[in-house]
Every structure is written in C-alpha cells, then in structure tokens.
Design a binder for this molecule. Sequence first.
Ligand code: KG4
Ligand code: ZN
Length: 349
Amino acid sequence: MATVLAIETSCDETAVAIVKNRKVCSSIVASQILVHQQYGGVVPEVASRQHLETINEAIAQALEQAQLDWGKIDAIAATCAPGLVGALLVGLTAAKTLAMVHNKPFLGVHHLEGHIYATYLSEPSLNPPFLSLLVSGGHTSLIYVKGCGIYETLGQTRDDAAGEAFDKVARLLKLGYPGGPVIDKLAQQGNPQAFALPEGKVSLPGGGFHRYDASFSGLKTAVLRLVQQLEKDGGQVPVADVAASFQETVARSLTKRAIACALDYGLDTIAIGGGVAANSGLRKNLQAAAVKHNLRVLFPPLKFCTDNAAMIGCAAAEHLSCGHTSPLTLGVESRLALTQVMKLYHPVE
Ligand code: KG4
Ligand code: ZN
C-alpha cells in the first residue's frame, strides 16, 4: 500500500492531497475562482502567481490534516499535462524538489488519468476494463480503459467540451463563471422540455451520424438565438427553463453516446469523471439509461469530480503499483493525448 503526496495545479485550483492507494487521507483544494471571476474566466498569469503564493501552505495543510510526516510518504506526484504551462510548472517543480529533498520516487501524472481514477475513490473495488466518460471544462471523451496507462479513445467532441458549453451558455445567460454549477442549480427549477434544442450530431462522410462523437457548439449557438428571439419578442427570458432545456440536451447527448459505446464494446461499467460528472441532470439521465440496459454507472464522490489532487494521487498510486516512476527531468506539456501517458514513465524492465 503506497502513500502518495500529490499536487494538482493545472488550472485554477491549487490542490494537494495524501492518498493511501484508493483511500484519501487528506485533500486540500484552494480555489482561485473568486480571483478569476472578476475577469469572467481563468487568466493564466494570475493562476500561476496564485499557485505560487498558495502551494507551500497547501502542502503543509495536507500533511497536517493526514497527521503524517515525510517519513510516512512513499512517493510524490504532480500533474504535468495537459493544462496551463505556467500553472503546471508550479506544482511540478514543487513535487520534483520535494522528491529530491526527501529522496522519494517521483511521478508525473496526466490530468485526465486523474479524472478517470477519481471513481476509484468511491469504488475501490473497480478495475479495468471499463468505459470512462470524461467530461470536463477542456475535454469530452469516451475512453476504453484497458489497464493502467492503456487507453483507447472511442469518441470525443468535435468542438466545445461539455463543461465549456456550460460555461459559454452561462455567460450568455449572464449567470457568471464557472457556469456548470449555476446552470445545474437553476435547471432544477426549470422545465427541461420547455424548449426543443438541437443535440449536435457529427455527420459521417458516407452518410448517417457518428455514434460516439459529440458536438456542442451548434447547441450553444441555438441557445444564443433562442435568447435573442425571446428578448426580441419583448418578454422576460425564462432563464430557468432555458438552463433546464440546455442541460437536458447535453445530458441526453452524452448518455446516448456513452450507452451505445458500452454496449458496442461489451463493457458493463461506465465510470464518469471531470467537472461535468457533478451535473445532476447527467447523473439522472445516465443512471436511468444504464438501468434499462443492465449496465453499471459509477460516479466519483461529488467533491472529487472537479479538479482536486486526491484523484492525481490515486492515479499515481496505480502507476506506482505497476512499477512506474518518472525521471526528475520530466517537463510540463500543455497538450498530451491520453494514449501517450506511458512516455511520462521510465521503461519497466
Ligand atoms: O474537471 P474540471 O474541474 O476542470 C477541468 O479539468 O476542466 O471541470 C470544470 C468544468 C467547468 O466547465 C464547470 O462549469 C463544469 O466543469 N462543472 C459543471 C458542474 N460543476 C462543474 N458542469 C455542469 N454541472 C455541474 N454541476
Ligand atoms: Zn480537470
């Protein structure tokens, strides 16, 4: 059982956690949302500076909350890709320095692998193969998880990520940033059938539509047109109904694709991850469809859906148990396909 101290600074949360395999000993998440809110989105330079100011205190708090000292830590991990380069650098440099000073193994972790393994924190008995529906602010994909570090992308969005669509629609409804949680809350007071919105299908060259790929930019434009029309008509925009109809359309699109994928590939479990995995509409929709098709849907605990370091520690512990460690020369990368994760680790003899 490895105890890992993990750091996550890929975007706007400074997070440090200590994880004993699939059990969380401590998890600190210092959100920068209030700082970025005034700009309507994440400002990369501001994020890096905030990480720098917060990281040491977050590390100290994680150790204190777990009541552990460095002697009890077996390895140190940090997210190294994908994400904002300046932000990633802060966490990765801290982790490499600590690994060097305390003479511990070091592991770089792919952010999306963290989101995949977040489900292990609520379902410690889960093991591959399973289908992962990754829905975050930057990514939307269906991943066939074959083993630790072994992935195949079966489907993805052709344009906006699901979380990005939530954020953009929230902005046009003047609901502020980040949009997902606000829309989720408002949608609960609205009628999801109030407006028929286009699901956004991806055409195939030979005719028909892609079964797994999604598209959300058309949906966002449809919401914009709807709002403009409602404003032109002079009435008050029924914001809760618009939010509910939008959320329902996203949930239906993702559910349909995830279920089709699981059935086609004979996978009986769908694990969802990423910020949008917190969405109540998606959870309800997917759960209902899964029951109908005799599939199992697993969600991470709510607080580990959005960015956190416990999921990074969990992914690192998986790699460590396979004998994977990273060189201290590892750098950060703003983009890195999930299928490339094994290049982060030393070759295993
Ligand atoms: O995974 P995450 O914290 O960061 C990335 O790796 O991108 O995801 C953030 C995204 C944001 O777009 C946010 O609006 C969305 O997740 N989100 C939600 C909810 N909570 C967060 N979207 C829909 N419903 C929610 N409850
Ligand atoms: Zn994330």
